[in-house]
Design a binder for this molecule. Structure first.
Ligand SMILES: Nc1ncnc2c1ncn2[C@@H]1O[C@H](COP(=O)(O)OP(=O)(O)OP(=O)(O)O)[C@@H](O)[C@H]1O
Ligand SMILES: [Mg+2]
Length: 220
């Protein structure tokens, strides 16, 4: 089964045509990098793949489900269970601790507190970040925040992880630590991963890369 298939996907906002016939086949365990300059439509594409928005036309299949045929609540359920998202903005919840942030997807799935906490702590420990568990997001560096976001995205053992510019605004060293965390998470959970960036970035080294330009995707 393909993890995602996009056929001639168009997405417009009022009269701006952002995606103009995007085609993409994502296979299980693929690690794909999508590069495009600011405004190219990377976040727009991530939102479609994450079932947070719908295309204007074309067909989009995610995890074997034809998205056009899913109700909003079916789409939300599929997202919660099977998809992990690292959003570009509105990421960690400011009034929740790091531990509570990492637990959040499991909370939304209805797991009880003890199970959530144990799973979140285990992942934090794996990356030697347990000392951050009781801090709030504003008490973390940008690099730490991005590593916590990566961990949160994998906590529900998702089949598909979408990371929207996870290394934006980080220096090379921090970018590299985020990359190392991703590598281990991908290795452990065998998730299919799609990562966006505005240009060449360490995090994309082992990705199959596509350029998003003038509304279409081309492998390069
Ligand atoms: N909700 C919206 N309403 C209207 N226009 C939008 C909306 N969201 C995005 N756009 C426009 O669509 C285009 C693509 O935006 P998008 O956020 O997908 O780009 P991006 O590649 O993620 O850019 P960046 O690297 O800066 O995050 C931009 O021109 C943007 O202004
Ligand atoms: Mg964006």
């Amino acid at each position: 089964m393909h993890t995602a298939v996009l056929k001639d996907v168009w997405k417009s906002y009022s009269n701006t045509h952002v995606l103009r016939g995007v085609n993409l086949v994502v296979n299980e365990a693929d690690v794909i990098g999508i590069v495009g300059r600011s405004g190219a439509g990377k976040t727009t594409l991530i939102k479609l793949l994450g079932l947070l928005d719908r295309p204007n036309s074309g067909s989009l299949t995610v995890l074997g489900r034809d998205v056009g045929k899913l109700s909003d609540s079916e789409a939300s359920k599929l997202r919660l269970k099977e998809i992990g998202i690292i959003p570009q903005t509105f990421n960690l919840i400011p009034h929740l601790t790091v531990l509570e942030n990492v637990e959040l997807p499991l909370y939304l799935l209805g797991f009880k507190k003890s199970v959530r906490e144990a799973a979140a702590l285990e992942l934090l420990k794996k990356f030697e970040l347990q000392h951050l568990a009781s801090r709030y997001p504003h008490e973390l560096s940008s690099g730490e925040q991005q590593r916590i976001l990566a961990i949160r995205a994998f906590i529900n053992k998702p089949k598909l992880v979408l990371a929207d510019e996870p290394t934006a605004y980080l220096d090379a060293e921090n970018s590299n630590t985020v990359y190392e965390v991703f590598k281990e998470l991908i290795n452990e959970f065998k998730s299919t991963v799609i990562i966006t960036a505005t240009g060449p970035d360490d995090i994309l080294v082992s990705c199959r890369k596509y350029l998003l330009f003038k509304g279409v995707l081309k492998e390069f």
